[in-house]
Design a protein around this ligand. Structure first.
Ligand SMILES: Cc1cc2nc3c(=O)[nH]c(=O)nc-3n(C[C@H](O)[C@H](O)[C@H](O)COP(=O)(O)OP(=O)(O)OC[C@H]3O[C@@H](n4cnc5c(N)ncnc54)[C@H](O)[C@@H]3O)c2cc1C
Length: 400
């Protein structure tokens, strides 16, 4: 009987467990998670802030699922040490499990930039259900909030606060929203839509200090402006949880380095999810962590798997705003693009050498799926470029 230890109960860890079970009927799986809550769909956390959903409604597998599948799940157990020679993982509370195959699926944590006063009460970042509950509790006492970071995740969390009736002031270092997912024209259109919802924006601005004595009362900016707010929410990116990998001496570049089978530099140890680096890329998105977890699980159990990378695709989950951005949106307008725009919508299909390299759909949803498929398969569509500029272009023609 082969013994598997999985550190992390997120999508990478659980997808791996599912594949191990499918490929090894004798598997003995032990899983540890630092969090007390069982596997849930992290992207819906802003709804927990808004009180629009309970955690149970987006819990993907409760403890019973693990029990029924013979997985020994330990919640609230942080693995703090792995003995490479003995092949044994140990938790802070003293639990130990020996393995033949170990998966590090430890994910990531929020990055808090070095801003003075960031350790004050009512300063938050959103990564876990525990964070969401704490933000919701603080929001009940506040009239407005300051959000540092105008990325997708920040805007979704900010929208959770707006739904609670708070005014949300967004401080963004770049001079436009979603700098990684949007070009200038798309970002300007999105900004207008969000302002009408209750967001206000401070672009090209840098956070200096969290105001307030002991408890956050707002934020000062480098340019001298002061924003008032009963809570401050940082959404300034993530950092991989690489401590264990580091302690074990695994090869690390910007993330834990893995090959196409999700193997690390140490025999018997795999890694998958937000903290890994595959072919020089870090992802930080759900579908990538899922595919990596699946590949890891198959390989750990002796099957054939190969991870080839995931196309970066993001959607903004703010009610009333349809936005999908994928691949290279050519923010500097250097490539060929088919653009359609009107007062409500903006659509850009970016092409190079006749294939789709990226796309941006704001206020339009028709054709997203087909466009992503065409992008993934690398099909030649150059001959349709001028027709794609029309609002009602039939995107199924990309796949014909
Ligand atoms: C608010 C929010 C919105 C998001 N929206 C989207 C979206 O719209 N689309 C999208 O694609 N992605 C989105 N993401 C990102 C997505 O959730 C992540 O890419 C995904 O959850 C990564 O999965 P993972 O399994 O690698 O890591 P995680 O989900 O972070 O899970 C890691 C697990 O490891 C545990 N762990 C860590 N260290 C230890 C240790 N030492 N011992 C024991 N356990 C440990 C943690 O407790 C956790 O259970 C969002 C994320 C957030 C926070």
């Amino acid at each position: 009987m082969r013994r598997y230890v999985i550190v992390g109960n997120g999508v990478a860890g659980t997808s791996a467990a599912e594949q191990i079970l499918a490929h090894d009927s004798q598997a003995k799986i032990t899983m540890f998670s630092e969090e007390p809550d069982p596997f849930y769909y992290r992207p819906r956390l802003p709804e927990l802030i808004a009180g629009a959903a309970e955690l149970e409604s987006f819990t993907l597998h409760g403890p019973a699922w693990y029990r029924d599948h013979g997985i020994d799940l330990h919640l609230g157990e942080k693995v703090t040490q792995v003995d490479r020679a003995a092949r044994r993982a140990r938790t802070a509370k003293g639990l130990a499990a020996e393995y033949d195959a170990l998966l590090l699926a430890t994910g990531a944590h929020s990055f808090i930039p070095p801003v003075d006063g960031a350790d004050k009460k009512n300063v938050f970042a959103l990564r876990s259900a525990q964070d969401a509950r704490a933000i919701r509790a603080a929001a009940k006492e506040a009239k407005s909030a300051v959000l540092v970071g105008g990325g997708l995740l920040g805007l979704e969390a900010g929208h959770g606060l707006i739904r609670l009736g708070l005014g949300v002031q967004v401080v963004e270092f770049f001079d436009r929203l979603l700098p990684r997912q949007m070009d200038v024209a798309g970002a300007a259109k999105l900004q207008g839509i969000l302002e009408r919802m209750g967001f206000s924006f401070y672009l090209g601005a840098k956070a200096k200090q969290v105001l307030g004595s002991g408890q956050a009362a707002g934020l000062s900016l480098e340019d001298g402006r002061q924003l008032q707010g009963g809570l401050v929410l940082f959404s300034a990116g993530i950092r991989g949880n690489i401590q264990l990998a580091q302690d074990m001496g695994l090869k690390i570049n910007n993330g834990v380095v893995v090959d196409d089978r999700m193997r690390t530099s140490l025999a018997g140890v795999w890694a998958a999810g937000d903290h890994i680096e595959h072919q020089g890329r870090l992802y930080g998105i759900w579908p990538a962590a899922k595919e990596q977890g699946e590949a890891a699980g198959i390989d750990m159990a002796g099957g054939e798997a190969s991870y080839r990378g995931t196309i970066m695709s993001n959607s903004l989950k703010v009610a009333g705003v349809d936005l999908t951005s994928a691949g290279d949106v050519d923010a500097d307008d250097l490539l060929q693009a088919a653009v359609y725009q009107d007062d409500e919508a903006y659509r850009k299909i970016v092409m190079a050498e006749g294939t789709i390299k990226g796309c941006l759909f704001l206020g339009l949803t028709k054709g997203v799926k087909e466009c992503l498929q065409a992008m993934e398969s690398g099909v030649q569509v150059g001959h349709l470029a001028s027709e794609m500029k029309k609002k009602d272009f039939d995107f199924s023609r990309l796949l014909a």
